[in-house]
Design a protein around this ligand. Structure first.
Ligand code: AP5
Ligand code: MG
Ligand code: ZN
Length: 214
């Protein structure tokens, strides 16, 4: 099963993608997590991506596509995957379509998690993320069992550099301009599904499982 998570920054793409990956036994591919891991490890890719991410802008398509094309051809992707934060521009979506077509494949579901902009800044200010496994928490809405410690892997929870309110607003603007058009793109392909992302985490997951039909 090949799934794309769409939605604004903070809509819950990462939260739901992790749960889908666990439930369906497919890898969770978050381009944001991959870039952050590269920044942490001081790689060349990380150094190239950092200035764009800190400013709330998108990393150039060429860098993103190179890493994604490499990732989807790894062995664990044979039964599918759930993309989180990719594609994010029309050229990225077209490049993905072309790569899949070359392999005789297509996307099964593009799931758009709908959350109004007003809710986003509150969500981001309480977000805590695990650099070890990528799990995401919220101080109020989804707290870890022990403050500051990841339930899944025991890693340390940190605040993301791009979660400052002014950067969040910039990311929202970039989302509306460059990523929202993908909703129509996948509607036209006939694989778009929309869920109400203002419900609580478990309810949103239940709605997603229903539409995946398994
Ligand atoms: P990325 O890491 O993808 O960030 P994003 O899209 O801005 O999305 P977020 O990770 O901020 O939000 P999310 O939807 O995953 O929400 P989450 O589940 O954490 O990208 C970061 C940067 O990398 C980009 O700005 C760009 O520079 C670069 N980049 C990445 N991919 C790229 C690409 N393809 N092309 C170019 N550049 C790229 O939830 C948010 C918070 O809300 C959490 O605290 C969570 O616990 C809480 N929460 C979740 N669901 C609920 C709920 N239902 N109710 C209440 N709280 C909830
Ligand atoms: Mg995320
Ligand atoms: Zn962890």
């Amino acid at each position: 099963m090949k799934i794309i998570m769409l939605g604004a920054p903070g809509a819950g793409k990462g939260t739901q993608a992790k749960k889908i990956a666990d439930r369906y036994g497919i890898p969770h591919i978050s381009t944001g997590d991959i870039f952050r891991a590269n920044i942490k490890n001081g790689t060349e890719l990380g150094m190239k991506a950092k200035s764009y991410m800190d400013a709330g802008n998108l990393v150039p398509d060429s860098l993103t596509l190179e890493l994604v094309m490499d990732r989807i051809h790894q062995d664990d992707c044979q039964n599918g995957y759930v993309f989180d934060g990719f594609p994010r521009t029309i050229p990225q979506a077209e490049a993905l379509e072309e790569a899949l077509r070359a392999d005789g494949q297509s996307i099964d579901y593009a799931i758009d998690i709908e959350v109004p902009d007003e809710n986003i800044v509150t969500r981001m200010s309480g977000r805590r993320a695990c650099l070890g496994c990528g799990a995401t928490y919220h101080t109020v809405f989804a707290p870890p069992k022990t403050e500051g410690v990841c339930d899944r892997c025991g890693g340390e929870l940190t605040i993301r550099d791009d979660d400052k309110p002014e950067t969040v607003n910039k990311r929202l603007g970039v989302y509306h301009q460059q990523t929202q058009p993908l909703i129509d793109f996948y509607q036209d392909k006939g694989c778009l599904a929309q869920v109400d992302g203002t419900k609580d985490v478990e309810e949103v997951f239940q709605d997603i499982c229903e539409l995946l039909g398994e």
